[in-house]
Design a protein around this ligand. Sequence first.
Ligand SMILES: *Cc1c(COP(=O)(O)O)cnc(C)c1O
Length: 362
Amino acid sequence: MSERPTPQPGILKIAPYVPGRAAASGARPGIKLSANESPLGASPKAIEAYRTFADKLEIYPEGSSRELRSALGEVHGLDPDRIVAGAGSDELLHLLAQTYIGDGDEAVMSQYGFMVYPIVTQAAGGTPVMAPETDYCADVDALIGAVTDKTKIVFLANPNNPTGSYLNADALARLHAGIPANVLMVVDSAYAEYVTARDYTVGIDLVDRTENVVMVRTFSKMGLAGLRIGWLYGPEHVVDALNRIRGPFNLSTPAQAAGAAAARDVAFTKALNAHNALWRDWLTQKLNSNRVRALPSQGNFVLALFQDAETAASANAALLEEGLVVREMGGYGIGNGLRISIGSANAMEAVADCLARFMENK
Ligand SMILES: *Cc1c(COP(=O)(O)O)cnc(C)c1O
């Protein structure tokens, strides 16, 4: 018998998630471009709604996030009863894994997919199975080919973090068609608000015409990362299962209120998309013209690829020297990459300037 409590098998094999580095502390405050937060802060309407609840903190929240689900239903044209809100989409990804994955089961994900998928899979006792990508883009055939009779979930971030690549509507439909009906397909559309590609689909159509697809969304990338608000839209039977194990008060009252206000502030979301599209494309071009390969991105970040890991590390040091904090990619197996979140115009100019000077000496 063990002399102390022992975690379930697999738990200690999980590599903890490493969040984006905080803005440098000390004399010189840095600019945080390491966590894909909003380039324009939070919706003023969301901030106002949040403040309204400062003097009601002694009251439990409404347990089903009814107001938030109703706002989301209105804005996206969805049935609120088929929406589940979570404390960030992280919580929802954990709940999905807990609900559908058990010991010995597998979950399929893309090689450079979001790092939370292997964590939630292993936490539930399952094994993550990585499908190789083709030039930093999820490969539909590889994903389908990785499915076995042990597979319970296929996770896909669309667009993907950290690569910024996406599968268009046809490719997404083809992926779904290749997955057995008993396997849940999780379409994580965390960056939907930033997409500009016309052949993109957020996943609602797929949820509506099938019984094994859920779409997961978040407010984190649109200005409310600190409040932890995620949501999903899925078939009734999935929603029912999740609601049985979800914490009964998983979203705080201020989070629900701010989320509802942010969802309804469509003008703010549009402004975010426009600012991001402008500076994302500008930065991509600047980097490419300076011999840094910037992958085309549909998110609020750009993945910059250098000739090798050593060059990426020196480029990162040069950025840090100027207080520009971006995300190193070694943990994702992309050692020669730096992920740069889109920020203010000034921040983007500073990044482009710094990397242009850096590459001059290469
Ligand atoms: C940032 C991100 C999320 C959001 O996580 P939250 O828990 O809602 O903050 C989900 N999926 C992907 C792919 C992300 O990049």
